[in-house]
Write a protein that binds this ligand. Structure first.
Ligand code: XMP
Length: 506
């Protein structure tokens, strides 16, 4: 494996993604909390950083720990750090070194630059520049304005690059990483979904033995893939629980339960609609709704888990971004990100936790799911919030409003699928607004509810753009909803992006 040491760059996770796209396993660790370097480590990458090496509180590392012991690729801040701490000089740039640049000079015989053409576009993003390098450093690539765009420390496998090979604007960045990983570190590119499945199943078998595991399924990608992996490892000793909180999409509970059963999972469905809805009655505040739903879910899940005799493990679909220790940009101290899936274990359950996906990024989870033969209906699903339609009904929730929203949402999603737009948007759903407005149907005046349609494009939900659905499609959806859903006489479309709006309305 490759160890990526994080100095707080916004691109660190991207480096890991690129390395894994080359079928090489890697892990991200904070620069100030080093992992054990066992004999599976084939190389080390230093990330960039929001700090300048000239700042007093800049992240420090004893790079002699790695230099000449492992191949070392230092990116941006990492490269400047190496230069400065070896007797070179790093100064503030006088010209802008942000954005696209082209490599004007390349040492074409250099193994790190194999198959990279002169003129290759690279992405620069730095405020400092390496003005001077020590005698034992050799420049192996330059741009018009940056003489030390890439260097090697002579006689070692230590390299520094000023640009960011991990971003797609560096056209040959992936080639450079491949050169480093394969030719220089000797990695064998055999980390694939199939090899992940094979090693995970055998290690789950060993870890769990004949114990029993309970796991809550949500219908989403992560919990489903985690369940299938566990099922392949321990079979019927995996007890899945799928709770109907009454806030799922139309027919979702039966459809999803059905496909789980088809996959051979030992799954128990629990209809807890009334329990959730009665606890939610009259509650308007979004955070209050979330708390109630979280609490009732734990109660229902715990009751069901207690019915499984002698269970000792709780399975969870936690993924890698939830557990990466992040380096704070406000200071070089390491903090652990908090997330609703992490530490979600209620005290009273006292189970050991097993998280088969906690080394994978989301897109890797999908690939593993595909290799496991999980249906596209589950793998291709849009994200859906845990509190479900409760946070898409603004204000208080009633069974009647849920039913109206389910109908409208089903028509919306059906039309997105039929027109090919479902897979083009990242997330879509209908929202029940807490207003009524006047309309006319036939000769009659109506005074009914408003449905808002939301569709966004996004990568990770942190930022999002509203999707430009065609007018004709919006017209058809509006027409279908108003003509078929009793209680709705007006449909609007949300054209706000995140930020400043959020994806959900509550
Ligand atoms: P926002 O509304 O914050 O949503 O832009 C970003 C993503 O998170 C989902 N979301 C939630 N997921 N529990 C969840 O499991 C929640 O309480 C919750 N709130 C928002 C939202 O659907 C979107 O994908």
């Amino acid at each position: 494996k490759i160890i990526i040491l994080d100095f707080g760059s916004q691109y660190t996770q991207l480096i890991a993604r690129r390395v894994r796209e080359l079928n090489v396993y890697c892990e991200i660790h904070p620069f100030n909390n080093l992992p054990e370097f066992d004999n599976t480590v084939k190389g080390v990458i230093f990330s960039g950083s929001p700090f300048s090496v000239r700042q007093e509180n800049a992240p420090q590392i004893d790079f002699k720990l790695f230099h000449n012991k492992y191949p070392l690729l230092a990116v941006c801040y990492g490269a400047q750090y190496l230069a400065q701490h070896s007797g070179g000089e790093v100064i503030p740039s006088t010209i802008r070194e942000y954005g696209r640049a082209n490599l004007q000079y390349i040492n074409e015989t250099h193994p790190l630059l194999k198959n990279i053409p002169r003129d290759s576009q690279v992405w620069m993003s730095h405020g400092d520049t390496i003005a001077d390098i020590p005698a034992e450093f050799e420049v192996i690539a330059s741009t018009d304005t940056v003489r030390v765009a890439a260097f090697q420390v002579n006689g070692s496998k230590t390299y520094g690059i000023q640009f960011h090979p991990e971003v797609t604007h560096s056209t040959d960045g992936k080639q450079l990483l491949e050169n480093f990983l394969v030719d220089i570190c000797g990695c064998s590119q055999d980390w694939t979904p199939d090899s992940f499945i094979e090693t995970t199943i055998s290690s789950l078998k060993e870890k769990i033995g004949n114990d029993k595991v309970v796991l809550g399924l949500s219908g989403g990608v992560d919990s489903s893939v985690a369940a299938v992996l566990l099922h392949n490892a321990i079979g019927k000793n995996l007890h899945c629980i799928f709770v109907d909180n009454g806030l799922l999409r139309k027919d979702e509970y039966t459809q999803v339960l059905d496909s789980y059963q088809h996959m051979g999972l030992n799954v128990r469905g629990i209809d807890a609609k009334d329990r959730f809805l009665s606890q939610l009655a009259g509650v308007k505040d979004p955070e209050q709704k979330r708390k109630i739903i979280g609490r009732v879910f734990i109660e229902v899940f715990d009751d069901a888990a207690h019915e499984v005799q002698d269970v000792s493990w709780l399975g969870q679909g936690t993924i890698y971004p939830d557990v990466i220790e992040s380096v704070s940009v406000n200071g070089p101290s390491a903090t652990i990100k908090s997330h609703h899936n992490v530490g979600g274990l209620p005290d009273f359950m006292k189970l050991k936790v097993v998280e088969p996906l906690n080394t994978l990024f989301k897109d890797e989870v999908r690939k593993v799911g595909k290799a496991l033969g999980i249906d596209d209906v589950i793998l291709g699903r849009h994200p859906f919030p845990g509190p479900g339609l409760a946070i898409r009904i603004l204000g208080d929730i009633t069974a009647e409003k849920v039913a109206i929203l389910q109908e409208a949402d089903a028509i919306y999603i059906h039309n997105l699928k039929a027109s090919g737009w479902y897979d083009k948007v990242w997330q879509a759903g209908a929202i029940f607004l807490p207003v009524q407005s006047v309309g006319v149907m036939g000769d009659e005046r109506t005074y009914e509810n408003v449905i808002c349609l939301r569709a966004v494009g996004s990568v990770d939900g942190m930022t999002a753009d509203w999707s430009h659905l065609p007018y004709e499609l919006l017209a058809k959806i509006s027409n279908d909803i108003i003509n078929n859903v009793k209680g709705i006489n007006r449909v609007v479309y949300d054209i706000s992006s995140k930020p400043p709006a959020t994806i959900e309305w509550e």
